[in-house]
Design a protein around this ligand. Sequence first.
Ligand SMILES: [Zn+2]
Ligand SMILES: [Zn+2]
Length: 304
Amino acid sequence: MTTTLLQPGQIEAAAGNIPELRLPPADLFLTRARRLERRAQDHVMGDYLRFVARLAHAQHRQLAAGLPTAAPAAERLAQCRAFGMPPLAPAGLARPAGWHDTARQLARTIQPDLPPIGRGALRLIQDSPDAWLDEQASRLLDGDTRHIDAAVAPLVGAALQVHWTHLARQLDPAEVARPELPNLCPVCGSHPVSSVVRIGGAENGLRYLHCVLCSSEWHVVRAKCSNCDNTRGIAYYHVEGGDGGVRAESCPECQTYLKIVHQDKDPLADPVADDLASLTLDLLMDEAGYACSGINWYLVHGHP
Ligand SMILES: [Zn+2]
Ligand SMILES: [Zn+2]
């Protein structure tokens, strides 16, 4: 179990000035791509991490090029805030215009880099009608990963991430209510991928959960299960011999875990890239009888 001491920069935060919500920055996917490239070096999953890095670079280009969809109107945002509802929940929104084209464009961009076995899935994305893509998206958004093609999921997920990240970037944190359930994103109601202890400024030393869909991050104190709110018997696991930069926070009550990526160990650590690069920890947690409460769309079968 780790203990955290308050640093001088945190005293202000402890007095109630904690940034509860971090909306995604413009360079989110670019930072992720570079981190994936770095983690791919001498990694047993190096080829796959490099593939995802190319996908993240393509996501960055799509986001930077601009998208036509606008966030919900002020009246709708106020309504969601009043009722404590996430304003960008997929169930309450139409699929963003142009998301099918984004998925096809991502597939076209990364196709030349893939071995023949991976190209079939990408051709499926390029050649299938919009309705088929919508069905794949619904399965992913519903968490029905058993009925989604694992080769298709990273691309479909990546396209959805681009559009929801674009929408989330248009919000103001003050417009978003704190959710009833700490394990769901306040902005879109989706599950986290993992969590990250951030460094610098008012966020120094604070733990944030990172949304799989809209890339927003919300503050949840450490040593508290983000899945069931339990605070008793929380234990931390990491792979022996590693630097402890990624740990699994496990809960004996609901038998789940969520990873914590530590920027205080490595300032460049990214909650999605480092989650993907620490699959060995997932395998160990599975052996120990814990289920992962997070999900990473870049590898939907990575979490048993
Ligand atoms: Zn979200
Ligand atoms: Zn729990």
